[in-house]
Design a protein around this ligand. Structure first.
Ligand SMILES: Nc1nc(=O)c2c([nH]1)NC[C@@H]1CN(c3ccc(C(=O)N[C@@H](CCC(=O)O)C(=O)O)cc3)C=[N+]21
Length: 295
């Protein structure tokens, strides 16, 4: 039996169409479109590609984008000043700093400078604290995309064993808290976990968020488990062309899992969609408070 393919790309397209319709009904009430500012530093080609993808998605749903690019040699105060200005800018609902920053750039000051209510990446300590405490707040896009995909596919989480592999602040840690909030029993494994296979084999839901191709093989998966692949790795094929792969041995794992996300076309498109979702949420909250209109 072969696993159900969890088509993140299709779900992302559907959600973006819905958002585009909502945006069109809200613009006349508010008098402006929702706005997102993506800030990029340096010349990392992968970051440049991701930022382009985010800006294109913005345009597709009718949002305004206020992107800015800084040289890796620019003084970090330039980035901070820009963030402070965008915090005050009424046209901007979301601000994000594309990570990783170039060597020598400390990500903490810019992440702290972003106004928490515009922090659409959910990385400000205020929003991370809200997530930890189970309070409403902006939440990290990739974990949110994984949760939305699981919920839309009707995959039950309450009482299930969920194993997350990878403890990053962008994915592993926040996703563990979200799965916990959904009443899963959560294990957070990482590079120092001995006998990873022994841990993953207990899981009803395995999430891979490490960044190592082929880390999860079929013998590490309980038959009938759900496998979510957050890994994004660029590898070279024998003929020399570049290929995007996740952290999962996809071809063999899909023969034992009940459901699996592909790479590309799984979690990646959901990440971008949740960024738009967070920007819209911030726009709605800002205008609800601001002028009493009911978005
Ligand atoms: N502050 C910050 N926030 C982020 O959300 C953030 C970040 N920094 N740094 C890098 C990671 C990576 N990331 C992805 C977004 C979309 C795809 C995506 O759309 N992937 C497509 C394929 C894209 C391609 O072909 O290259 C897919 O999986 O189908 C992947 C990865 C967001 N990140």
């Amino acid at each position: 039996m072969s696993a159900k393919i969890l088509d993140g790309k299709a779900l992302a397209a559907r959600l973006q169409t819905e958002m585009a319709e909502q945006v069109q009904t809200w613009i006349p009430q508010v008098g402006r479109p929702p706005g997102l500012a993506v800030l990029r530093v340096g010349e990392d080609p992968a970051s440049a590609a991701y930022v382009r993808g985010k800006e294109r998605a913005c345009e597709r749903v009718g949002m305004a984008s206020f992107g800015q690019h800084f040289s890796a040699e620019a003084p970090p105060s330039q980035l901070l000043d820009t963030i402070l200005r965008l915090n005050q800018d009424e046209r901007v609902d979301g601000i994000l700093v594309q990570l990783p920053l170039p060597p020598g750039w400390d990500p903490i000051p810019p992440l702290l400078a972003i106004e928490p209510d515009k922090d659409v990446d959910g990385l400000h300590p205020m929003n991370l604290g809200r997530l930890l405490r189970g309070e409403p707040g902006l939440q990290s896009c990739t974990p949110l995309g994984v949760m939305r995909l699981l919920q839309t596919e009707g995959i039950p989480l309450s009482g299930k064993q969920a194993v997350v592999v990878g403890r990053s602040i962008l994915v592993g840690k926040p996703l563990s808290l979200m799965l916990l909030a959904a009443d899963a029993t959560v294990t957070l494994a990482h590079s120092r976990t001995p006998d990873l296979a022994d841990v993953t084999r207990r899981a009803d839901i395995v999430v891979m968020a490490v960044g190592k191709p082929n880390l999860l093989s079929a013998d590490m998966v309980k038959p009938g488990a759900v496998v979510i692949d957050v890994g994004i790795n660029r590898t070279l094929t024998p003929d020399g062309s570049s290929q995007l792969v996740g952290d999962v041995c996809y071809e063999e794992v899909k023969e034992v899992a009940a459901a699996i996300t592909p790479v590309p076309g799984g979690v990646g498109p959901m990440t971008v969609t949740m960024l738009l979702h967070n920007t819209l949420e911030s726009y709605r909250l800002r205008n609800r408070r601001g002028n009493g209109c009911s978005l």
